[in-house]
Design a protein around this ligand. Structure first.
Ligand code: AR6
Length: 254
């Protein structure tokens, strides 16, 4: 086993990474940047969420109902840096050296070793993804992806790039046997991609990927931060991930 490393003072990312790799889940928790982390079991699946909120199922859906997939997807509103999963996805820029928004939050929470490892990744192209250790995050790994900059109506190329961010992140997750992955709303902040169009594209991409790869993951979490995105996803999820219809008079929103 690697020698004990103090993650708050270490400057050697390789040593810290190999130290963390040798720890079990309980021991890793001693190194999180926060005690206030969120366990996977605290995040309901979409199936559970839809049932407890008795959502109204629209007649027209994009995909047929598949309850197995509804167990594999979650909508969670909160801070992605606190979620204890195998990997969180970072909405980075092509330098991979940090920035504002969720990128800044992830780098601050993980600590400076994350930037040191990112230097060795040599940047990342739009739509592609690269992986690093999570350091002091409750997430074991960070998958860094770079979304398109799309002020206004996105072009077909930008749509493909945003979809590729999700697909390439999931490809990396599967290659590394990471079974629980949380995504922020990539490109919809500083990069200006319209929230509604992004949500349609994300739900389409995740459903299609899950149909083909469902045995490779246990849970994909759509982590929204803003109330606006929470509302958009709650409205769209029943069309992309249909659930059992409930009887009686139902609220149209959760
Ligand atoms: N947890 C979850 N989501 C968050 C958090 C958080 N802690 N903080 C912000 N968000 P953005 P982009 C949401 O701007 O549009 C950076 O400078 C936020 O509300 O972070 O892909 C990078 O370095 C929004 O819904 O990413 C790049 O230069 C979503 O995360 C550029 O911004 C994405 O917003 C990338 O821009």
């Amino acid at each position: 086993m690697a020698a004990k490393v103090d993650l708050t003072t270490s400057t050697d990312w390789k040593e810290a990474k190999s130290f963390l790799k040798g720890l079990n889940n309980k021991k890793r928790r001693e190194h999180y940047f926060t005690r206030d982390f969120i366990k996977l079991k605290q995040i309901p699946t979409w199936k559970e969420m839809a049932k407890s909120a008795r959502i109204k199922q629209p007649e027209e859906t994009v995909f047929p109902k598949d309850n197995h997939l509804n167990d594999k997807i979650s909508l969670f509103r909160g801070d992605i840096t606190k979620v204890e999963v195998d990997a969180v996805v970072n909405a980075a820029n092509s330098s991979l050296l940090g920035g504002g928004g969720v990128d800044g939050c992830i780098h601050r929470a993980a600590g400076p070793l994350l930037k040191e490892e990112c230097r060795a990744l040599n940047g990342c192209e739009t739509g592609k993804a690269k992986i690093s250790c999570g350091y002091r995050l409750p997430a074991k790994f960070v998958i860094h992806t770079v979304g398109p900059i799309a002020q206004g109506e996105p072009s077909a190329a930008q749509e493909a790039e945003l979809s590729n961010c999700y697909k390439n992140s999931l490809k990396l997750a599967a290659e590394n046997k990471l079974r629980t992955v949380a995504f922020p709303c990539i490109s919809t902040g500083v990069f200006g991609y319209p929230n509604d169009a992004a949500a349609e594209l994300v739900l389409n991409t995740l459903h299609t990927w899950l149909e083909e790869n469902k045995d490779k993951v246990d849970r994909l979490i759509i982590c929204v931060f803003l109330e606006k995105d929470d509302e958009i996803y709650k409205e769209k999820l029943p069309r992309f991930f249909p659930v059992d219809a409930c009887g009686g008079a139902l609220p149209s929103r959760l």
